[in-house]
Design a binder for this molecule. Structure first.
Ligand SMILES: CC(C)(COP(=O)(O)OP(=O)(O)OC[C@H]1O[C@@H](n2cnc3c(N)ncnc32)[C@H](O)[C@@H]1OP(=O)(O)O)[C@@H](O)C(=O)NCCC(=O)NCCS
Length: 116
């Protein structure tokens, strides 16, 4: 299930975020974490089964009634088992009244989820 990020999950969240191709630089990664922690229009969700194995990070565009997926990442040991698609599906169900959009960093996977 998707759970909201809390400070106690900082290390695991940073580890998962670092799998994004655009978050390889440590300074950039630290800034991204800070933005999620401080900006009210950003939210990180973590995917918890027995352990936390996935992450999805979003930006709320309230003026457009849309949610932009900025980050999506799954622990490499748990990939190709549907976790990524389940995270996107649950996010869509949580925000059924909003349009879920992607950006250049997440489009290729999110577009795949639309086809499911
Ligand atoms: C992308 C990612 C989150 C997918 O997680 P996952 O749990 O393995 O995904 P699922 O098992 O739900 O779905 C697997 C499908 O996604 C596809 N996929 C994996 N990475 C992809 C990518 N970067 N772009 C498009 N499709 C991708 C797989 O080829 C597979 O396709 P299939 O259903 O046709 O076989 C995971 O590979 C990851 O963490 N990658 C590193 C972070 C990253 O690059 N994120 C941005 C992706 S655009």
């Amino acid at each position: 299930m998707l759970i909201r990020y809390k400070k106690t999950f900082e290390k695991i969240a940073m580890g998962l975020l670092s799998f994004m191709p655009n978050e390889k630089d440590l300074k950039k990664l630290q800034q991204t974490m800070k933005d999620y922690e401080t900006e009210e229009n950003r939210q990180l969700f973590l995917w918890k089964e027995e352990d936390i194995i996935g992450l999805i990070g979003v930006l709320f565009h309230d003026d457009q009634n849309a949610i932009e997926i900025l980050h999506v990442s799954v622990n490499p040991s748990h990939r190709f088992q549907g976790v990524g698609k389940r995270m996107v599906k649950e996010l869509k169900e949580m925000y059924a009244d909003k349009e879920i959009i992607s950006n250049k960093d997440t489009a290729s996977f999110i577009e795949k989820c639309d086809l499911c």
